[in-house]
Design a protein around this ligand. Sequence first.
Ligand code: ZN
Length: 129
Amino acid sequence: MMDQDALLLQAAKDVTRPRRLSTSVEVASVGAALRTSMGRIFTGVCIDAACGIGFCAEHGAIAAMITAGENRIESIVAVNEVGDILSPCGRCRELVVQVDHANGDTRVLLAKGARPMRDLVPDHWLLDL
Ligand SMILES: [Zn+2]
């Protein structure tokens, strides 16, 4: 793992602090961090809520990045509350590809190493085949 990846992983771990906000909402059991092409790191946490209205940690990190005016994702990682790296869900894979101008080169840090997003979304409708 590259030093930059280790920093990104630590950023994701730093925001992962599970806590219950109400009877129906639990947050931050998963944390995510992404590095943009400009070298900035943005983080996010999941919001688990009743009735399916929550969202993933990656989604939160992407929203923070967009709020700051960026949208090119160089690398992204998510971890659970014990620091294990998680593979992004299908919705988050789709969000990364669409937000980043159909860039399939985003590096996704996985437990067994980094892979380009295009490997995780085979035959994606926006990516060159
Ligand atoms: Zn997700």
